[in-house]
Design a protein around this ligand. Structure first.
Ligand code: NAP
Length: 454
């Protein structure tokens, strides 16, 4: 049973019966039949289908935005922006599919030698609730463009999002089984992964979930892409434009109530700027309106589940007990809903939860650094390696640190980390492996086939 609970009120929105094991196998069989036809559709026709996906998403963006806000609590404004981003990604893959999938010719002594990118079959996506449309569409769109079909197992707290996404592809006129949603808990993914018709698995979620699904996929020898947790380091060097850094970092940390894999999580500040930085973040956080995500005045909604809020609070408390200074927030508010205040922890020490673990909520973690080398060392002192950023007025210096020193799948200079369909997205270390988006993402789930003609 999947239960959608409104995190603003704590009330059940709706319950949905799980698919039975027989239904799961039937859906996989139908998807495979669909794949055999879809792969024969020409790339320009697939591209036209994705253009229709764009149109359906844009026509329904207010409706989808509301479903997202109600199920996982982000503000309606942010939810609609997320939906629009999905539409623009549909356009990107529609317009660039031909180029991204074009044969790559290589000069050899043979009359012809080239690499061709052929579809593989059913790609199984295990997805999280935090960007419940974007995370799904960013695997679905390039997969469909490449001639694959998709099956989604969404997070158990966002079943209406799962069904709405399935309906987008139907409304856009794609074959009925080109993209299907399975309503099953995480404990049942082996039923899917073990089916020989499933050719690959992509998971976006926490590192423990990634390890578990990777182990299962290894058992059945299925290719995986893993987009996992992060604890991005933002280095604020002594020559940073401090006002710009404060504004950008506060915005990154508040987005989605802090529940973003590439949120500004560890703020490593040169000690000469620490007090000013602390004051700036506290000032911005204090001005925000926290409340019902459907109200226009609200900047920050509840967290998406009460149990996740309680886990975050426990991490905050353990960090304070280990010596962190709490400059703002840090208390669970009374009343209903999964609310947590915008919180600022400073002087966070190595070995404490706020330093070592991912804080998946609205908590700014400030760690002072003595100099550039100290900042880089602290930045890389993490099991995670997803994104990161460097703030300095000396752009060449910041770029050198970003390019050569930061252990992460992406590093931005003087701006917040965000995904972009034109650029690859993914992590290193315990943030996962493989890439999504761009040509790199599209080529994760194709047969990279060598053709040589004598
Ligand atoms: P989660 O608990 O790991 O859940 C993600 C998905 O995995 C859900 O569909 C969940 O299903 C499933 N799942 C969980 N444990 C599983 C298991 N042992 N076997 C099979 N499936 C399992 O993560 P979350 O709390 O929803 O999302 C937050 C995490 O995702 C954070 O760590 C965040 O950093 C990460 N994230 C990473 C990226 C990225 O691109 N790198 C993007 C967004 C989020 P159920 O709901 O049924 O348990």
């Amino acid at each position: 049973m999947q239960t959608a609970i409104n995190p603003t009120t704590g009330e059940v929105i709706q319950t949905y019966p799980d698919h039975t094991p027989e239904q799961v196998q039937q859906i996989i069989a139908q998807s495979h039949e669909c794949f055999l036809k879809w792969r024969r559709i020409s790339i320009p026709e697939r591209s036209a289908a994705l253009k229709k996906v764009h149109a359906v998403i844009m026509a329904n963006k207010a409706k989808y935005g509301r479903i997202i806000s109600e199920e996982m609590g982000k503000t309606l404004k942010e939810a609609v922006t997320e939906v629009e981003k999905c539409a623009s990604a549909a356009n990107y893959f529609a317009e660039n599919g031909l180029k991204l999938l074009a044969d790559e010719h290589i000069v050899t002594e043979y009359s012809k030698s080239y690499v061709s990118f052929q579809p593989l079959g059913i790609i199984f996506g295990v997805m999280p609730w935090n960007f419940p449309f974007w995370q799904v569409l960013r695997f679905a769109l390039p997969s469909l463009m490449a001639g694959n079909v998709g099956i989604l197992k969404h997070a158990s707290n966002t079943p209406a999002c799962a069904l709405a996404i399935e309906s987008i592809f139907k409304e856009a006129g794609l074959p009925e089984h080109a993209f299907r949603s399975l309503l099953i808990p995480g404990s049942r993914v082996e039923e899917v992964i073990s089916n020989p018709k499933i050719v690959a698995v992509t998971l976006t979620g926490s590192t423990p979930a990634g390890k578990s699904v990777a182990a299962l996929s290894g058992k059945y020898l299925k290719k995986t892409v893993l987009e996992l947790g992060g604890s991005d380091a933002y280095l604020i060097l002594e020559d940073a434009d401090i006002d710009h850094a404060i504004k950008t970092i506060a915005a990154s940390r508040m987005l989605n109530c802090g529940q973003s894999c590439v949120s500004a999580k560890r703020l490593i500040v040169h000690e000469s700027l620490k007090e000013r930085f602390e004051r700036g973040i506290v000032e911005i956080f204090s001005k925000q309106t926290i409340g019902n995500p459907l109200d226009e005045a609200t900047n920050v909604g509840p967290m998406s589940r009460a149990d996740l809020r309680d886990e975050l609070h426990e991490q905050v408390q353990r960090s304070i007990a280990a010596g962190a200074k709490c400059l703002l927030g840090g208390k669970v508010p009374e009343g209903k809903g999964a609310f947590y205040p915008l919180t600022v922890l400073s002087d966070v020490k190595k070995g404490t939860p706020a330093y070592m673990e991912e804080m998946f909520g609205p908590v700014a973690v400030i760690i002072p650094a003595k100099d550039e080398l100290d900042a880089i060392t602290i930045g890389n002192d993490s099991v995670f390696g997803l994104g990161g950023a460097v703030f300095s007025k000396d752009v060449a210096r910041a770029e050198r640190i970003a390019r050569e020193w930061m252990e992460s799948g992406a590093c931005f200079v003087n701006m917040m980390v965000r995904s972009d369909p034109r650029m690859p997205f993914g992590g290193i270390k315990e943030s996962g492996y493989g890439r999504e988006l761009s040509a790199y993402g599209m080529r994760e789930f194709v047969n990279i086939k060598t053709i040589i003609v004598a």
